[in-house]
Design a protein around this ligand. Structure first.
Ligand code: HPA
Length: 265
C-alpha cells in the first residue's frame, strides 16, 4: 500500500491498465515511450536492479491509446533475492489497477525447431526453481491460499498474440517455458531432461511473476525471445553477451509485436 501510494503521488491521475515487464535486451520500448519514470531505488519496498542490460525503473506511458506501465528491468532469484522479494512489484501493480500483464524474457531454445531470434508465445510453464513465491502466510485480500493454475497464460491472450504476429507477417512460435533458478546455464543433460518434460524454452525468470500475477487475478501473457539454442553436448559455448546480442537483433520485431498487442488488447 505504501509503495502504491508513493507511485500514485508521482503519476497523479495516470491509471495503468496494462503492465509489461521488459526482459534482457528488450528494455528499449521504455526509452522510446516514456511519459513518467520512477526509479525502483526511490520506491519504498522495491529492490534496485543490478543485472547488466537491465535498467531499474517503472515507466508510465500512453501507447496506442492505452495506459501502460513498463518495468524496465527486473530482479532475479539468482541475484540472491527471495521469490517473494522479486515478485513484490507484481502486487504493487495490482494495487495500481493493472488488469493485464505481459511478461517478456530472453530464453534458451529447447525445442529443436526453434532458431535464435525467434519469438515464442508462452502457453504454459514448469516451475523448476524449487520454490514458490506464495509460500508463507496468505493475504486473503490479494488471492486464495491454493490458487488454480489451469490457465495462467490466458488462451485468449495467446490467440491475440498469434493473430497480431500473423497480421504483421512475423513468424511466431509457441510453447512451454521452464524456469531454472540459475545463474548457471543448463548442462546438456538438463536440457535433455527439460525436453523430455515437455519444455520448449528455458530461462531464469517469469515463472514467479506469472504465479503471483495469476494469484492476484491478472490476465497473463508471456513472450520469450529465443536468444540461443540451449546447451547440447559438443555444442557451442553460451555466454550472456550472446544472449544480449541476439535479443538486440530481434528487438525491432519484438517491439512491433508488442505495439500491435497493446493496440488490440
Ligand atoms: N538458459 C537459461 N536462461 C537463459 C538462456 C538459457 O539457455 N538463454 C537466455 N536465458
Amino acid at each position: 500500500m505504501e509503495s502504491a501510494k508513493f507511485i500514485e503521488e508521482r503519476i497523479k491521475d495516470f491509471k495503468p491498465e496494462l503492465a509489461i515487464i521488459l526482459g534482457s535486451g528488450l528494455g528499449e520500448l521504455a526509452d522510446e515511450y516514456c511519459d513518467i519514470a520512477v526509479p525502483y531505488s526511490e520506491i519504498p519496498g522495491f529492490l534496485s536492479s543490478t543485472v547488466k542490460g537491465h535498467k531499474g525503473r517503472l515507466v508510465f506511458a500512453e501507447i496506442e491509446g492505452k495506459k501502460v506501465v513498463m518495468m524496465q528491468g527486473r530482479n532475479h532469484f539468482y541475484e540472491g533475492h527471495s521469490l517473494k522479494e522479486i515478485t513484490y512489484p507484481i502486487k504493487v501493480l495490482k494495487q495500481l489497477g493493472v488488469k493485464n500483464i505481459i511478461l517478456t524474457n530472453a530464453a534458451g531454445g529447447v525445442n529443436e525447431n526453434f532458431k535464435p531470434g525467434d519469438l515464442m508465445i508462452i502457453t504454459d510453464h514448469i516451475n523448476f526453481m524449487g520454490q514458490n513465491p506464495l509460500t508463507g502466510a496468505n493475504d486473503e485480500t490479494m488471492g486464495e491460499r491454493f490458487p488454480d493454475m489451469t490457465e495462467v497464460y490466458k488462451t485468449k491472450l495467446v490467440e491475440l498474440a498469434k493473430s497480431c504476429a500473423k497480421g504483421l507477417g512475423i513468424e511466431i512460435q509457441q510453447g512451454v517455458y521452464l524456469a531454472n533458478s540459475g545463474p548457471s546455464y543448463e548442462t546438456p543433460a538438463e536440457i535433455r531432461m527439460a525436453r523430455m518434460f515437455g519444455a520448449d524454452a528455458v530461462g531464469m525468470s517469469t515463472v514467479p511473476e506469472a504465479i503471483v500475477a495469476n494469484y492476484c487475478g491478472m490476465n497473463v501473457m508471456g513472450i520469450s525471445c529465443i536468444s540461443n539454442a540451449a546447451s547440447t553436448a559438443g555444442g557451442e559455448k553460451l555466454s550472456h553477451e550472446e544472449v544480449i546480442e541476439t535479443t538486440n537483433k530481434a528487438k525491432v520485431k519484438f517491439k512491433k509485436l508488442i505495439l500491435e498487442i497493446i493496440k488490440n488488447i
